[in-house]
Design a protein around this ligand. Structure first.
Ligand code: CP
Ligand code: NVA
Length: 318
């Protein structure tokens, strides 16, 4: 008897890497979100579901993490397998062993590898060497697992995705990139307001726009947060200094002055807007306390959905 549910055999994604949303077709992304919703229901109902029985996911971390680490580890456990925490400094990788040799060696033991690292190149190189699926758990360029959990959260709260407007206020960073590409794939309207010097990567913008053309979505780049927030269904922000950019904190505080998501800015959004943030957050910097802890905020739903969204990804590709 198959260990998989009907939903899990509907689309064959087995063996695929999950490195960036650009690599996935709109139907595949929607399928993974639907599967996440189904797995969430199962877990809430207390159903045991072990499609990854006996399998191990290695989790390489070169940066800190609360949500990613715990949701992947718990997710593997709930799917019948196990997650193995591997910090860079405990691996020979930290002493100069190549990514290639690490990828080849780990593939002999593991059934999947998740990596959180700095340069996106590292993830690509790891995937190139690995013979098991590789999952991007955040790079300086993107954070696709978070975007999957976020769009699952929007679907739960709004009942749909297509046609909705998501406005990102702040740094054109990894989070902005993955949300932008996700919106483009899902037929949503994405706008971002970032100060000069902190715009999103032009290549990601162009690729997102090309994808949006196929789905009826759109991507708009603004300077003025009010213009970006106009009529938004979702207001999203993230820290002004991401991991790896801590030394720029002071300069960034000055540059992002005026880019806080607060009650004043929220007046430009729809009355029933959702406030979203991938966390960790800095209250009083990129978002006011009243907004992040207010009635529009769904930040803990997003955090919870990391578990369900990643379970869907792992069940599908591993
Ligand atoms: N949102 C997110 O990725 O959180 P962690 O850095 O805690 O994993
Ligand atoms: N942009 C943030 C996201 C953290 C989950 C960072 O990279 O630090």
């Amino acid at each position: 008897m198959s260990l998989l549910t009907n939903k899990e055999v509907e689309m064959d994604l087995k063996g695929r890497d999950f490195l960036a949303l650009v690599d996935y077709a709109p139907e595949e992304i929607k399928y993974l979100i639907d599967l996440a919703v189904e797995l969430k229901k199962k877990q809430k109902a207390g159903e045991i579901h072990h499609p990854l029985k006996g399998k191990t996911l290695g989790m390489i971390f070169e940066k800190s993490s609360t949500r990613t680490r715990i949701s992947f580890e718990v997710g593997m456990y709930q799917l019948g397998g196990q997650g193995l925490f591997l910090s860079r400094n405990d691996l020979q990788l930290g002493r100069g062993e190549t990514i290639w040799d690490t990828a080849k060696t780990l593939s002999r033991y593991l059934d999947g590898i998740m990596i959180r690292t700095f340069a996106h190149r590292n993830v690509i190189d790891l995937a190139r060497g690995a013979t098991v699926p590789v999952i991007n758990g955040l790079t300086d360029l993107s954070h696709p697992c978070q975007a999957m959990a976020d769009y699952m959260t929007v679907l739960e709260h709004k009942g749909k995705l297509e046609g909705l407007k998501i406005s990102f206020i702040g740094d054109g960073n990894n989070m902005a990139h993955s949300l932008m590409m996700g919106a483009a794939k899902l037929g949503m309207h994405f706008s971002i307001a970032a100060p000069e010097g902190y715009d999103p990567d032009p290549e990601v913008v162009q690729l997102s726009r090309e994808n949006a053309e196929l789905t009826g979505g759109s991507v708009k780049i603004c300077r003025d947060p009010r213009e970006a927030a106009e009529n938004a269904d979702i207001l999203y922000t993230d820290v002004w200094a991401s991991m790896g950019f801590e030394t720029e904190q002071e300069a960034r505080m000055r540059a992002f002055n005026g880019y806080q998501v607060n009650e004043e800015l929220a007046k430009y959004a729809k009355p029933d807007y959702l406030f979203m943030h991938c966390l960790p957050a800095h209250r009083g910097e990129e978002v006011s306390e009243s907004v992040i802890d207010g009635k529009h905020s769904v930040i803990y739903d997003e955090a919870e959905n990391r578990l369900h969204a990643q379970k869907a990804i792992m069940a599908a590709i591993m």
